[in-house]
Structures are given as C-alpha cells and as structure tokens.
Design a protein around this ligand. Structure first.
Ligand code: SF4
Length: 439
C-alpha cells in the first residue's frame, strides 16, 4: 500500500516522518557515499558586483497611474509582449531545451534553484523548508553558483528559501548579476518584506517573474501567508509589472483549513490579470528532524476532507476551462485527487539532469524534496549526478512525489510538445507566453 494512503489510514495526528521506501530513505539520509562537505572557499572569496541603481530612473516610484483594467469583453490577461520580452523568455527556456537535446550526456540543466536563504520570517505549519539556525548563502557561493550554471545550458535561476527577501540587498545583487548574465530570474516570496523600494530594485535589476506565495485572504491559525497584511505591496507589484516587464502569479497551497480562501484568491488573481499555481498540502517526503509541526497539524488534509477538496478541485477545473490562467493543467488538477489517495503513476522526472537545487552551503541535490538528504551529489562546479543512481532512486520516490515543476518539466521534455507549444504561442501573438504547457 502506498505510504500516502497509509498516512490517511492512521489515527488523526499520527503522521509518518517520511514517505519514500525505507531502503531509499536510508540511502538518502544515513549512508553518504562520500564525506559530505560544502565546497572549499575560494582562496580569495568572490563578491557580487554592486548593482547600478536605478538603471531606468524614469520607472522609479509610483507615478499615480492606475492598474490597466481590461475593457468589457477583453481578456484580463492581455498585456503587451514586446519582442525583447519574448526573446528573453526563449533565451531562458527554449534555447537551453534545444541545447539539452543535442548535446551528449545527461546533465544539461534548464532550471536551477538557488537557496539563498534557509531562514524564514513566518511559520506556516505545513512548511519544513526553513531552519532559523542556518546562515544564508555567502556572496562567494552565489557568485560561483551563477558562474558555474552559466557555463552549462542553464538559463533559468529560481531563488529559493526560506524567505529570500530576508536579505533584500543580497537578492538585489543576485538578481542583477544573474540577469546581466542572461538568466531568466524567478523570485518566490511571502511578500512580507516586499516593500515598494524592494519592488523597484528587483524590477530594475531584471527579475522575470515573482511567485507571490499566499494561502489565505486574512491570516488563519497555522497559515500566516495572507494577502490582506501585504495588500498594498501586492497592488504596487501588479502596477509596476507593466513598466518593468516582469510577471506575477499567486502560489497557493491547498490545505485542510483554507478551501474557501483558495476560491477567493483565485478570483482576486483573475481580477488582477495574473495566473495561479496550486499545490496540494503534503507531509515531508524524507525525514526533517528540525520540522516542529509533523504531529497534530491542522493544515494536513485527512480522509474525511477528501469530498470537500474534490469539490474545490472541480471548481478550479471549471475555472481553468473557462479561461482562468493557471500553471496547473486540468489534468494536473485531476491528478491531485489521485495524489490525495496515494496514487501517483511513475512519470518522467528529469531532476538531477535538467533541474537541480543548490543549497545555501553550495552543495547540490536533484530537487527540493531532497533538500535534507545527506547523499553526496557534489558541489557547485563539480556535480556528481549519475543517471543510474537517479533512476534507481526514482523507482521509489516518483510514486510519492507531486513536484509541480518537475512534473511540468518531465511532461514538456518532449520535442513534439515543445514544437506544438511554440507554434500555438506564435499563432496567439505570444499573448499566453507564460501559460500552461499542457495540450
Ligand atoms: S521524483 Fe524527482 S523531483 Fe520527486 S523526489 Fe524523486 S527525484 Fe525529486
């Protein structure tokens, strides 16, 4: 019986500390193949260049203009995609894909997650992805990471945490340096520190998209990522996207306690012409000893909640079909119902080959669920990803994993789908350039 199904058959409050098979868990957590060490510091630690700011002074601040609203009958998602913006997106995603298809070997990253922080200013009760004892990434590691990735096929850099904006100046430097090197830069944030000055800095530096993580309209017990406390920042972010050229989307985690909020946030996103990306709440895939809320967690979906969650997913599917812009396809939303019930079919995971994570200390892992693994996959500048090891591991973890990015990447890693998508976007005048990739 799949671990997740077992999870829901246990008395409420009793959650297994990990979900992959014991053998794979032992390999990942207990038996490093080599001593696990961060990369040695450079003899002369590198720094990131001081960003020139503002590069476009005419865009700074609030000029009093209104957020462009669609005219009656016009799509709320309509915006001007200029040739430089289209080229920037193709350089980030399409060209690396093509290179990865023609170059020999298996390690050709398209997207890398750079964990600049492992601390957070909030405590969402489902989230194990922070530990406030861990120091953030150094400039030396950030610079070496970006330089190394630049020497590969990779041109999408996703900052990660924790909360990256705990150090806004550091993030400004990373975005500026990476964008100057041609990366398509993605910034996720809980937005508590996304002040207008910070928005101007990251917009001016060239951020490509902002993942605005929010789970509720007003704060709820265990769910502090709420929109109303940061509504002013949200409005400013939306307004300035048309000036700087970045996009924004809501990242929403579907939990036991926010089902009505998910609907409200979906409508707010639609009214503001931005996409949504949904996740289904899940317990850690591998053991996270620092995680405080494994037991008695009010956000975890139980068997009794399945009908309510199914109804919400059906509502989202209808919205998706009616034209609401979502990162998740109808098929993926339907798959969430199966995932809840512990059913995930093997899929084409590309982690460790076309995607990877770089931890705050510069060590590497294939994916976010493996952040706390002690297996040695190498360090920045010297990866040790081996296809045979990854394939063996994925025989177990794929059937427990609902990673949105890696599922999308695995699905899209197909020449026929890529060609069809590019043709579809071209026919639409690239109006849906950041939309779903699914057929
Ligand atoms: S299936 Fe892929 S993304 Fe998911 S845990 Fe395994 S390696 Fe990571």
């Amino acid at each position: 019986m799949p671990e997740l199904e077992r999870l829901h058959q246990q008395p409420s409050g009793s959650i297994p500390p990990f979900r992959v098979d014991v053998k794979v868990h032992d390999l990942l957590k207990k038996a490093p193949s080599k001593p696990f060490v961060p990369p040695p510091p450079s003899p002369q630690p590198l720094t990131l260049p001081e960003p020139v700011f503002p590069q476009r002074p005419e865009l700074l601040g609030d000029d009093g203009s209104e957020i462009p609203r669609p005219r009656p009958g016009e799509s709320p998602y309509r915006r001007r995609w200029t040739p430089p913006l289209i080229y920037h997106t193709m350089r980030g995603w399409l060209f690396p894909y093509i290179k990865s298809r023609v170059l020999p070997g298996d390690f050709h990253p398209i997207i890398a997650y750079l964990f600049t922080e492992w601390k957070c200013n909030l405590d969402c009760h489902y989230c194990w992805a922070f530990d406030n004892r861990v120091k953030g990434m150094t400039e030396d590691t950030a610079r070496r990471s970006i330089d190394w990735l630049h020497s590969t096929t990779c041109r999408v850099l996703a900052l990660m945490g924790g909360e990256p904006l705990l150090r806004p100046q550091f993030v400004h430097k990373v975005v500026y340096y990476a964008a100057k090197k041609g990366f398509w830069v993605y910034l996720p944030t809980n937005a508590r520190l996304l002040r207008p000055e910070v928005i101007d800095r990251i917009g001016d530096a060239g951020v490509a998209t902002v993942n605005f993580a929010v789970d509720a309209v007003d704060e709820k017990p265990g769910l502090p990522k709420a929109l109303n406390p940061v509504r002013k920042y949200f409005d400013y972010l939306i307004k300035k996207q048309y000036k700087y050229g970045y996009t924004v989307f809501f990242n929403i985690n579907i939990c036991r306690t926010n089902l009505e909020d998910v609907k409200q946030l979906t409508e707010i996103a639609h009214d503001n012409g931005i996409a949504t990306d949904y996740h289904i709440n899940e317990s850690p895939m591998i053991e996270q000893p620092h995680f405080k809320h494994l037991d008695e967690n009010s956000t975890y979906i139980t068997r009794e909640d399945w009908p309510r969650v199914d109804a919400l997913l059906d509502w989202l599917i209808e919205k998706n079909k009616s034209g609401y812009k979502m990162v998740n396809s109808v098929r993926r939303l339907n798959d969430m119902k199966a995932f809840l019930r512990g059913r995930v079919e093997p899929w084409n995971c590309r982690a460790g080959m076309n995607s990877l994570i770089i931890r705050v200390d510069g060590t590497l892992a294939p994916c976010f669920p493996m952040y706390s693994a002690s297996y040695d996959w190498g360090v920045v500048g010297a990866h040790k990803f081996e296809t045979s090891q990854l394939q063996e591991m994925k025989k177990s973890c794929q059937t427990h994993c609902f990673s949105t990015l890696n599922h999308n990447l695995g699905y899209c890693y197909d020449d026929g789908r890529v060609i069809r998508w590019v043709l579809k976007q071209a026919l639409r005048g690239f109006q849906g350039v950041s939309g779903s990739f699914y057929d």
